[in-house]
Design a protein around this ligand. Structure first.
Ligand code: PLP
Length: 421
């Protein structure tokens, strides 16, 4: 594949409105060194670091608010419940959902997709029904559907990708049949950086009466997501990828659709009345929230959303785009670097391979320089199969990364070539 990006790259000026040095001070971990060298953290698609306000919020919760929620009449239980529910409203506003009833807390995007696949699958997928995904999905949006299709004797199809890592959308209409019940696809690819035309795909699906789940694990932290504008039926994301704690996530669903779905897990909180004979279920969103959730984590997620709002998603997306353009330019100046994923619309994720060198060796040498990238298949083995490679090295950026860190990445890559010469 030819890297035709080179010609199209434009020298862009650093966004003078965005003070990255001030922002970096909010993230204590960025001050640390690795093997005596400053940390250059470029593994943000795997997880993002946490600002001090989030870390302190967790501490504050455990020091002065810790209690179980929704069950107690005592002060602390009500306090914890209120703080927990405040996050629900913050998430609602953040993604522009209609009601807090549409916001279900989970452990993360994987948990959200599994919840949805199990519940939707039980009610709506029977023998011969069809589900469409894409060739660029994270395993979290492949395996639950394969498991469901195997159990219910349904058929899983996928939209293929082209050499640039873009969906071959002209194939979508050909894949749709009267048996198609669901299209589930990612908004932004964690391996290729491709931003998919979500609104267009959703509109095609709806034209055929098909429901859509959108995996926002890699979009929520980079630009504004408006579930109502997209008209997404269901939307998922992970808290830890948007500067919040691990073990937190969200499943959004339109209220009318969630009301049609059966509960996922059984247990405390999701019930209305239990007798030894039968159970009636709680209303939304609690119907889908069995057991004690990650209370501290969800409260911390609320603080992370406040923090992101303070920085501003527009600033984030503009600045990260500048990082992407600069990083692609720097990498392509190095002989022997090939970028995998050259879609026109990309988030700040760059997968690359170095001629004749295994990505794991690239990752190890970069690590010795203090540069943290990811090497592997990034939980997207079908993408690797599509491009005929075992793995890639991947640099993924956040708004706290700097142009100087991009220079460090480029220097470290040159070092890899020197070592292997
Ligand atoms: N979907 C995409 C596109 C992802 O990138 C990821 C994680 O990298 C997931 C789903 C799963 O997220 P989690 O591991 O937080 O559940």
């Amino acid at each position: 594949m030819i890297n035709n990006l080179k010609e199209s790259l434009v020298e862009e000026k650093v966004n003078t409105f965005f003070n990255v040095e001030a922002v970096r001070k909010d993230f204590p971990i960025l001050e640390r060194t690795i093997y005596g060298k400053p940390l250059v953290y470029l593994d943000n698609a795997a997880t993002t670091h946490k600002p001090k306000v989030v870390i302190e919020r967790l501490k504050e919760y455990y020091e002065s608010e810790n209690s179980n929620i929704h069950r107690g009449v005592h002060y602390l239980s009500q306090l914890a419940t209120n703080k927990f529910e405040e996050t629900r409203e913050k998430v609602r506003k953040f993604i522009n959902a209609s009601s807090v009833k549409e916001i279900i807390f989970t452990k993360g995007a994987t948990d959200s997709i599994n919840l949805f696949a199990s519940s939707f699958g039980r009610k709506f997928i029977s023998e011969g029904d069809e589900i469409i995904i894409t060739q660029m999905e994270h395993h979290a949006n492949i395996v639950p559907w394969q498991m469901l299709c195997e159990a219910n004797k349904a058929v899983l199809k996928y939209i293929p990708i082209d050499d640039n890592g873009e969906l071959i959308l002209s194939d979508l209409e050909k894949l749709i049949t009267p048996k198609t019940k669901l299209i589930s696809f990612l908004h932004v690819s964690n391996s290729l950086g491709t931003i998919n035309p979500a609104k267009e795909i959703i509109s095609i699906a709806h034209k055929h009466g098909i429901k859509v789940l959108l995996d926002g694990a890699q979009s929520i932290q980079h630009s504004k997501v408006d579930v109502r504008d997209l008209d997404a039926d269901f939307f998922v994301f992970s808290g830890h990828k948007i500067y919040g704690p691990t073990g937190t996530g969200v499943l959004y669903g339109k209220e009318s659709l969630l009301n049609e779905l059966p509960p996922y897990q059984g247990g405390g909180d999701m019930i209305r009345v239990v007798t030894m004979e039968k159970t009636s279920y709680n209303e939304l969103p609690y119907k889908f929230e069995a057991g004690t959730p990650n209370i501290a984590g969800i409260i911390g997620l609320g603080t992370a959303i406040d923090y992101v709002n303070t920085i501003g998603l527009e600033n984030i997306s503009n600045y990260e785009h500048e990082l992407l353009v600069y990083a692609e330019k720097k990498l392509l100046e190095i002989e022997g670097v090939k970028i995998i994923g050259t879609a026109k619309n990309k988030a700040a994720v760059i997968s690359f391979v170095l001629e004749g060198i295994h990505p794991h060796d690239v990752g190890t040498i970069l690590d010795s320089e203090g540069v943290a990238i990811r090497a592997g298949h990034h939980c997207t083995q079908p993408i690797m199969q599509r491009f005929g490679i075992p793995a890639t090295a991947r640099a993924s950026f956040s708004f706290y990364n700097t142009m100087e860190e991009v220079d460090q990445l480029a220097l470290a890559i040159k070092k890899v070539f020197e070592v292997f010469k």
